[in-house]
Design a protein around this ligand. Sequence first.
Ligand code: NAD
Ligand code: ZN
Length: 256
Amino acid sequence: MEITPGLADALPWLRYARRILVFSGAGISTESGIPDFRGPNGVWKTTDPQRYTIQNYVRDRSVRVERWQARLEGRFSNAEPNAAHLAVTRLQRAGLAPVVVTQNIDGLHQKAGSVNVIELHGTSAEAVCLDCDRRMPIDVVLDRVREGDEDPHCELCGGLLKTATISFGQPLVKADMDRALEEARLCDVCLAVGSTLSVWPAASVPVEAVRHGGRLVIINEGITDLDGMASLLLSGRAGTVMAELVAALLGVGDSR
Ligand code: NAD
Ligand code: ZN
């Protein structure tokens, strides 16, 4: 079988990696049926990103009603991890990738068995009150929406409820970003999978890895903003390329 172009030549140095930081984006989950934002079938092809700023969410009831309705029809809860998520878990169980940094909110790394997942853009599994910061399982709020509460508010303080994800215009959680940057400084290879590496400050994680001597390996269909910084560009489907890469490092069928 033809191996992904570029992989064989890179194996001599890839095999020296002792600490790999996986940095994933929406493209790792498209094979699980969740659309990305900027890929060929991305959400931004049909939707205006400006509509989904935190400012609009707070200001405009119709945006909130629309978002909760979209969540009810939800794609996230039924999605299953694909070969790329499973390959990440395999790397982790082999001791090579202790931490995963993801921009995704879909929980698929954890569903695939990965641990120590830093979710830079939050999680769709919980809701949060924008006033008192109380968090709750998303299903508790979705049950209320299902029963007709189109724009649910916090039962304790009356504040607005929102999925616990980071919207445009919302700051990241500093502690999560600090941990991700620390991991970037420690790794010898940063493996960026399925991301245009164009969303900031998240994209500063692979940049930090390179600044501290790590090599950047990019697995993506299509160009990214950081291609010029990469030691290796592997173009192709995340599931196929990740499975090939991990098999090349750990051996085929080894379930460590
Ligand atoms: P992006 O949409 O900017 O880029 C995704 C990249 O992945 C594109 O270059 C696309 O061509 C590529 N791609 C798509 N399918 C692929 C596949 N099977 N194999 C390899 N490459 C593939 O995504 P981003 O850089 O993560 O930025 C979007 C932001 O949107 C993220 O910060 C994230 O928070 C959020 N988001 C998350 C999800 C999710 O949780 N699954 C989905 C959509 C958006
Ligand atoms: Zn509250």
